[in-house]
Design a protein around this ligand. Structure first.
Ligand SMILES: [Zn+2]
Length: 444
């Protein structure tokens, strides 16, 4: 398209300058940029700005300025989605193996994907390692999962995972470092472990000019010969300083570094900070005293979100008021299992089949820079496992939808349907009745 009038060129030039100034101010102060998120993030802003450019001769300076102002003052929004333990047990490995010997986990996430992809940042706890096929694929007590699981997580919409938990060194140093490489190649950020002690344990996620900082930390199992352990394995010398973990007996000293990480994330521009923490007791529906004390301590240190995992069942959610700052921290003691083979058939208990996506809506005023957690909500999930063509099928179901249209979500057998209904009851009891969260959201 050609423009023959000087005035049009001038208008265009002014508008481009305004847009450039705006975009520059948007990105100032952010030191770490997530390439994948940034691509997604900046798009709406650029699009909105493009509209304000007088690409057509009928555009006027006044209306363009007005639109730029509106875009500048509109509240910024980020929705975070948090899930619990991502586990792969032996029957899952076998179920996902294809006829050509390769692995494919995509179907696990088929029904839940819209719920993840409607969020701007999606994180969970990766309770396994990607040591590759040089070590045999394995599950409890030492987890080694095919890389294809990571690919499925990426495709499902995950942006980040905590890599620190009691299974971090299940496959030794080789598996430890390879897990980081696999995630990096996939474009999934990891928190809580690092390949070099000059890297950080935390990551920044940026969307719509809101910066979310997330770090991750795990409890350690009791020391052996005075040395720190995970899953009763002594942390190898070469991994010292690469794993963000704490001993329950020395947690006050050990968590000093987590407080420093909270501070460092803020200094790097984080508007909201989160600690993903692996803690508590397996299969306990209530948090223990350690969890409460540590949660209070982290909230006092400025953590806005404390996101727990490890118990494999849902534990309560609770707000902690930080009166001095006028802010509220939210603690999710445990988000349960997002996917696993821990279920009634194995453990004689149903609760480990339950999970939830915990949503956090963050709002930022671009004019005065104030940030608040506007809302928290959740979607109950359940791992549906059934037989099809002599193969086990695992599908994570969004229960508000699946219970409304059971057949569309493959809830065909009466046993599956009843179990899904009971799961919904348990989760809403735990998170609605006991934790006083609103009822589950019904739309992604
Ligand atoms: Zn664990």
């Amino acid at each position: 398209m050609k423009y023959s009038f000087c005035s049009v060129k001038l208008i265009r030039l002014i508008s481009i300058c305004l847009a450039c100034l705006f975009l520059t101010s948007c990105t100032m102060g952010l030191t770490v940029v997530d390439e994948r998120l940034d691509t997604i993030d900046t798009e709406p802003v650029i699009e909105a700005t493009k509209e304000t450019l007088p690409l057509y001769p009928h555009g006027s300076v006044d209306s363009s300025l007005q639109q730029v102002t509106n875009v500048k003052t509109a509240p910024r929004q980020l929705r975070l989605a948090v899930v619990g333990d991502l586990m792969v047990h032996g029957p899952q490995i076998r179920a996902q193996q294809q006829s050509d010997g390769t692995y494919d986990f995509h179907n696990n996430f088929h029904f839940i994907k819209p719920w993840l992809q409607s969020s701007d940042v999606v994180v969970g706890n990766l309770e396994t390692t990607f040591a590759g096929s040089s070590q045999k694929y394995s599950s409890y007590p030492r987890f080694n999962t095919p890389d294809a699981f990571g690919e499925a997580l990426f495709e499902a919409g995950f942006h980040g995972v905590s890599t620190v938990n009691n299974h971090t060194i299940d496959t030794g140093s080789q598996g430890f470092f390879r897990t980081l490489t696999v995630l990096k190649e996939l474009g999934i950020k990891n928190m809580g472990t690092r390949s070099h002690d000059t890297n950080e344990y935390w990551q920044l996620f940026i969307h719509d000019e809101i910066v979310l900082g997330i770090t991750a930390v795990s409890y350690e199992t009791p020391r052996a010969y005075g040395r720190r352990t995970l899953n009763a394995l002594i942390i190898p010398e070469e991994l010292k300083g690469l794993i963000n973990s704490f001993d329950y007996h020395t947690w006050e000293d050990d968590l000093v570094s987590v407080k420093e990480q909270l501070q460092a994330m803020k200094e790097a521009g984080a508007d909201i900070t989160a600690v993903m923490i692996h803690w508590g007791e397996e299969y306990q529906p209530q948090q223990n005293q350690w969890q409460e004390t540590i949660a209070n301590e982290l909230a006092a240190a400025g953590a806005d979100l404390i996101l727990g995992s490890h118990p494999h069942v849902l534990q309560p959610v609770r707000p902690i008021q930080r009166e001095a700052e006028g802010r509220t921290s939210w603690v999710v003691y445990s988000s349960g299992n997002f996917i696993s083979n821990q279920r009634f058939e194995i453990l004689k208990r149903h609760e480990p089949e339950d999970g939830a996506i915990f949503f956090v809506d963050i709002l930022k005023d671009p004019v005065n820079g104030s940030v608040e957690i506007q809302d928290v909500s959740y979607q109950p999930t359940w791992v549906h496992r059934y037989w099809k063509n002599k193969q086990l099928v695992y599908e994570i179901l969004p229960l508000t939808e699946a219970l409304n249209q059971p057949e569309e979500y493959n809830l065909i057998s009466s046993d599956s349907l009843i179990r899904a209904q009971n799961s919904f009851e348990r989760t809403t009891t735990q998170w609605h009745n006991l934790s006083m969260l609103p009822l589950p959201v019904t739309e992604p």
